[in-house]
Design a protein around this ligand. Structure first.
Ligand SMILES: [Fe+2]
Length: 323
């Protein structure tokens, strides 16, 4: 493993001096990571200005400090995004940076590093594309400030959805962007669901489930009205909870009546929900989640799509182990 794997880039603009967590920061010069600030010293306004003047866009943190950074990002995301401290460009960068950080979590097996690099590129392209559309970025920002883990979950679902499309089908770059945009905003309608329901631990009441189940239609109606999303993206937002046996919502469609991109997003959505809880913790190994989807959720998803998912998220080692 090269030194590269041990460091994670953090956008300089997303760092608020003084209150940034006390972790060692590195800068990259001539291909090497050089300690800039050690643990125990504040990152000052002066540091920020100096690096910025020198054209430094990213500083690096050790991978082991990522939990601390992630916690900080979560706590400060809402405050930062709602504040006047950051320019809209910096806010966009912060969303982008957080996105890239979370893509790391999807493929938690290092053997899949090619997939990881590929996913990062796909998400980078998507975020770059979205950054040209203030309405789309605003929509993402709204999701992030309403419920941080809905945002994290959306990113993971978008990454996996893009990977499944790219592994199983030939899509033009434009179609990939449409699919990615729909997937990243698939739960947009959750901004209309109260926080207490989204963050509730334990079982939801029947009434609460009914409120939650409105999110595909409400997200679709709102985003359609805005007129910024393509029909493919809107379809994903509206139909990602439809299931092959007709048990899904809001329309109860079956099999081929559910557009493929919505089916794939649905598979990615459930897989991410099974493997990561709403605090971002890993809850189930990939191969167990896929098995559960194959057995206990047998009629809900296309077996072909589950094959595609399995090839992406399960390593050969794990498959051998199961045999
Ligand atoms: Fe959803």
């Amino acid at each position: 493993m090269g030194a590269k794997e041990f460091f994670v880039p953090i956008s300089l603009e997303s760092i608020e001096p003084i209150i940034f967590p006390d972790v060692a920061l590195y800068i990259k010069t001539g291909g090497n990571y050089v300690l800039y600030k050690s643990n125990g010293r504040d990152f000052s306004v002066y540091d920020h200005e100096r690096l910025s003047k020198n054209g430094v866009e990213f500083v690096f943190v050790s991978k082991i400090d990522m939990d601390t950074i992630t916690n900080h990002m979560e706590v400060s995301a809402e405050r930062l995004l709602n504040s006047n401290i950051l320019s809209s460009r910096a806010k966009g960068k912060m969303i982008y940076q957080t996105s890239i950080n979370f893509v790391n979590d999807i493929f938690n097996n290092p053997e899949k590093s090619t997939d990881l690099a590929r996913t990062k590129r796909l998400i980078e392209n998507l975020m770059m594309y979205l950054s040209n559309y203030p309405d789309a970025i605003n929509s993402l920002e709204t999701v992030m400030t309403h419920n941080y883990y809905t945002f994290v979950h959306s990113l993971q679902v978008a990454s996996l959805t893009l990977m499944m499309h790219s592994a199983g089908y030939t899509l033009s770059p434009d179609e990939m962007l449409d699919v990615g945009t729909g997937a990243i905003l698939h739960d947009f309608g959750k901004i209309f669901v109260p926080q207490e329901i989204l963050n509730k631990h334990g079982k939801l009441s029947e009434a609460e489930v009914e409120i939650l189940k409105r999110h595909p239609e409400e997200g679709y109606a709102y985003l359609q009205d805005k007129g910024v999303l393509s029909p493919v993206a809107l379809t994903i937002v509206r139909l990602h909870h439809e299931r092959c046996n007709g048990s899904g919502y809001p329309l109860g469609l079956e099999n081929k009546d559910i557009p493929r991109s919505a089916q794939i997003t649905g598979v990615a959505d459930i897989y991410c929900t099974l493997t990561t809880d709403n605090r971002g913790n890993k809850t189930m190994p990939p191969h167990i989640a896929v098995q559960l989807m194959r057995n206990q959720m047998k009629d809900l998803f296309s077996p072909i799509l589950l094959d595609t998912l399995e090839k992406l998220v399960c390593t050969e080692d794990v498959q051998q182990f199961l045999l």
